[in-house]
Design a binder for this molecule. Sequence first.
Ligand code: PMP
Ligand code: GLN
Length: 389
Amino acid sequence: MTAPARGYLTERLAGFGTTIFAEMSALAVRTGSLNLGQGFPDTDGPQEILDAAVAALRSGHNQYPPGPGIPALRHAIADHQRRFHGQELDPDAEVLVTTGATEAIAAALLALCEPGDEVVCFEPFYDSYAACIAMAGAERRVVTLRPPDWAVDPDELAAAFSPRTRLVLLNTPHNPTGKVFGQAELELIAGHCRDRDVLAVCDEVYEHLVFEGEHILLATLPGMAERTVTISSAGKTFSVTGWKIGWACGRPELVRAVQTAKQFLTYVSGAPFQHAVARALALPDAYYEGFTAGLRAKRDRLCAGLEAAGLEVHRPAGTYFVNADIRAIGEDDGLAFCWALPERAGVVAVPTVVFYDDQAVGRPLVRFAFCKRDEVIDEAAARLARLRA
Ligand code: PMP
Ligand code: GLN
């Protein structure tokens, strides 16, 4: 076959290649390394929700579910938002079930942005953001978060807005930094949105992984409900990242817009899993408290291990990721470090620089995931400690 002169991949997707998570997980499998790279737990979620998925499979829930999601799940999402965040939603008009948060983000950007619109986001940013902004034909305007506190610089934030800004794409708790955006920063962002008549899309998949501070919904700040799409998913909260059940919530007009795009991406998905996630969301507070406490202990465990290995650790307030600065062990190139790490230490981690446009800020940072069994965390830390020896 002769290749077309124009090539294959469109210009807007040029440079996106393979996601770092797929690359690093493949590297871990290939080298038999401990995988502290891709953020997925190495144990299953609660047995009763696994059983609920099996029961749904066996009781005929295997055909297309309704476009917006099964009613039981939409009601469970609305109940969850009220119970944990004080957000009032009409389950019939303000909740849309999606194929993970990933599809909700893609659908929101495709539905809400015209080509040439600008999207303000915070770097380091989750990798699908840049790709989805590009697929929507929009342009990203990036505000840089820098260690150790990952604070938003108000001047940099103001400078990121222009008359072409259509929306702010926010992620809190934030992957990969572990930052939990505080009230003052959220007020600042909300102020820009209101003053400039800009929308917001808020990715909150780590909403139950907050160890310090409090998770505040951008949508609950004054004047924000009518302009914010709140996105989350079951993957992290119930340790079922492969199920890909997510949701987008907001005012009926906003959700309808997102659904217009969503219905032509996947139409619907995960019928039996939707039943199981409806059950999961209704689990008692003890489940959620235990989940957060368990991951807090793992955070402390990995942070201690990385410190003992000589790394400078930026202790996360949320999520299941921790960033370490490798300059403390005489290295400075996180990308080279991560590619060599399987051979040097039998460990896989993610170079944080891939989430930055500003390469200089991200260069010495490496992200480790701690949603792993204690013995895996301990062994990884012990192996990293030998790097210095
Ligand atoms: N947003 C962020 C910040 C994430 O870390 C992830 C990773 N899972 C996602 C979205 C995607 O979520 P889902 O698996 O539900 O599509
Ligand atoms: N969210 C996970 C992470 O940040 C990975 C998800 C994915 O592989 N797309 O590691």
